[in-house]
Design a protein around this ligand. Structure first.
Ligand code: CTP
Length: 421
């Protein structure tokens, strides 16, 4: 269940006796590293108190659509955006009916309308109600809409009947919730990814570097591992934990990074360059500490260009599918499109580093993703470079948390790889 680590789960509880198992479910989700927020329907509050769920989740429980406090702190739209996935456990027969016809008259149904996060539903009801034609039709409608289901399980029921209708056990539900994040989209692929800054030594005690934290690259490595890829991460000096199932190789300078990349390149089918590689390094690192020259107020440093790792990979024989980043302050799409062509790569992810709410160091990012095929196609008829670059902006991923962004980018990359193979 490692893929639940740091995931944000919204648990909807509806009014059935199986709600007594919901605190156990919350505990298991949290044990697996998830942050859980609970939304209860009015019926659920008849079976179990919000206070219990607040205590086990460590978060305030949300119950009302028109809750002045909640609106001030986090409106239902923010809550919908917050969720990486929505679980509903237990889901009653009435809840399935309300979800199927698209009601939005309480907080839970509204959240389901407002969110595009994956939904996992654990039905729980009397066995005759589960077999009922209307329930089965609602179940099928929701499945067609992409909702995933777990259970109901067979067995003795609280009402004395026996049959299919019991809510699945909390541990099984937690495991299925983890599966939501393991898409298999990159199964069989080997991702080689660079992340973080590089450090270019000046002398034994000084270096040149940049403000990259490596967050985006580490999030991509994690999302790719969850999507089934074997992942080798080549990381500059960062203060981040290596994600589960990712092999991390620590390097310091751009030349170390290139060496590590070249070593692992032959096995790789996908290369993502998310590192902020220093473009230049001091022409030679001094063996002993550089001393201040007496009476000198200025110092001149001679620099030499570092190898362009991404361009080297794209130009290599049997090059993997290559993805780069473009950090721009102006004419973002235009510059990114040009960079993609110049380096000969398949995709480029462009972000606007002039904004201080996204990018370097921030937890959120917003990007435009450009695909090389689009550039090539539109190049036939377009003489206007700007229009050409604009037309290449295939997808904008609006501002979101870097973990969410990483999952969306990995899905885009996987689809694009599949199309171009
Ligand atoms: N890159 C690389 N090796 C380098 C420099 C950059 O692999 N020596 C990769 C980065 O990881 C990123 C992309 O290339 O994916 C960024 O390209 P670059 O032309 O370096 O962009 P900027 O650093 O923004 O440079 P410029 O000043 O030219 O805009």
């Amino acid at each position: 269940m490692q893929s639940l680590q740091n995931k944000r789960l919204l648990l909807g509880i509806t009014g059935g006796i199986a709600a007594y198992k919901s605190p156990d479910l919350v505990r298991r989700l949290r044990d697996a590293g998830a942050d859980v927020k609970v939304v209860m329907t009015r019926g659920a509050c008849e079976f179990i108190t919000p206070l219990t769920l607040q205590a086990v989740s460590g978060n305030r429980v949300h119950a009302d659509l028109l809750d002045a406090d909640a609106e001030a702190a986090m409106g239902h739209i923010e809550l919908a955006r917050w969720a990486d996935a929505i679980l509903v456990a237990p889901a009653t027969s009435d809840a399935l009916a309300r979800f199927a016809i698209g009601r939005a008259d309480d907080l839970l149904t509204t959240l389901l309308r407002a969110s595009d996060a994956p939904v996992l539903v654990a039905p729980a009801m009397n066995q005759a109600m589960w077999r009922d034609v209307a329930t089965q039709e609602n179940y099928q409608t929701l499945q067609q809409r992409g909702y995933q289901f777990i259970g109901p399980a067979e067995g003795a029921q609280a009402c004395g009947d026996t049959g299919a209708g019991r809510m699945s056990e909390p541990l099984e539900i937690a495991q299925r919730a983890a599966d939501l994040f393991e898409s298999g989209l990159l199964a069989g692929q080997h991702l080689l990814i660079t992340a973080g800054p590089t450090r270019e030594a000046l002398d034994p005690v000084r270096y040149l570097s940049n403000f990259s934290t490596g967050k985006m690259g580490f999030a991509l490595a994690q999302a790719a591992a969850e999507a089934g890829a074997k992942v080798t991460l080549i990381a500059g000096p960062v203060a981040l934990d290596t994600p589960p199932h990712v092999e991390c190789i620590d390097i310091v300078s751009a030349r170390d990074m290139l060496e590590a990349v070249q070593k692992h390149l032959p096995q790789s089918s996908l290369f993502i360059a998310s590192a902020a590689v220093a473009d230049f390094r001091p022409i030679s690192a001094q063996d002993s500490k550089i001393k201040k020259a007496v009476g000198e107020d200025r110092m001149t440093l001679e620099m030499v260009k570092n190898p362009d790792i991404l361009a080297c990979v794209a130009a290599s024989e049997n090059a993997p599918f290559t993805v780069g980043f473009a950090a721009e302050t102006n004419d973002v799409i235009k510059h990114a499109g040009e960079k993609m062509q110049r380096k000969g790569i398949n995709m480029i992810i462009a972000n606007d580093v002039s904004r201080d709410d996204i990018g370097f160091g921030a937890d959120a990012n917003e990007v435009a993703v450009l695909f090389n095929q689009a550039l090539a196609k539109s190049a036939v008829n377009s003489a206007d470079e700007n229009a050409l670059a604009q037309s290449a902006a295939q997808t904008i991923i609006e501002k979101c948390d870097k973990q969410q962004l990483a999952r969306r980018l990995i899905a885009l990359i996987a689809n694009n790889m599949a199309e171009s193979s």
